[in-house]
Write a protein that binds this ligand. Structure first.
Ligand SMILES: [Zn+2]
Ligand SMILES: [Zn+2]
Length: 158
């Protein structure tokens, strides 16, 4: 299984897209960027970030913020239709919830990501946080979000 939640192994799914920078749709780019966060391919995060909103984000920032964060799973909730920005350029929005673990607690990141093309290639431009973001407390009998396939109460529950 790939980090991004498909049944395809990482090697045949996001790894290829990350190596070849070959995302063809906004959802593919979103999924492969999530996988790049999960496997610390930070160059890809920078390379697929729209230059106009990259500001001062560096690989080092990403490395530091990743230290205490373990990405666990991704759910793509909605992908908007691709719309034209100009005769050559396009944009689309992808809504997702990603779950991560940090210092023993679980969190959800809910985001509406906005993607735009430059010369036909997709870039992540900006994100708006959604209502489901924040601390995530699983039910005791739920499967543990750490992906162990054990019940929460028998796994990470403290
Ligand atoms: Zn994938
Ligand atoms: Zn667990």
């Amino acid at each position: 299984m790939c980090y991004c939640g498909t049944e395809t192994p990482f090697e045949l799914c996001c790894k290829v897209i990350i190596q070849q920078q070959s995302a063809e749709t906004p959802e593919q780019l979103m999924r492969s960027r999530y996988s790049a966060f999960a496997c610390h391919s930070f160059d890809y995060i920078i390379d697929t970030h729209h230059p106009s909103t990259l500001d001062t984000l560096t690989k080092q920032d990403l490395e530091e913020s990743a230290e205490a964060t373990q990405w666990l799973c991704l759910k793509v909730i909605n992908t908007s239709p691709i719309q034209a920005l100009s005769p050559q350029e396009y944009f689309a929005e992808v809504e997702f919830v990603a779950t991560y673990q940090s210092n023993g607690s679980f969190y959800n990141l809910h985001e509406h990501s906005y993607f735009e093309t430059i010369l036909g290639k997709w870039f992540y431009k900006s994100g708006k946080e959604g209502k489901l973001s924040g601390l995530y407390k699983p039910e005791r009998n739920e499967l543990c979000p750490c992906q162990s396939k054990k019940k929460y109460k028998k796994c990470c529950y403290v």
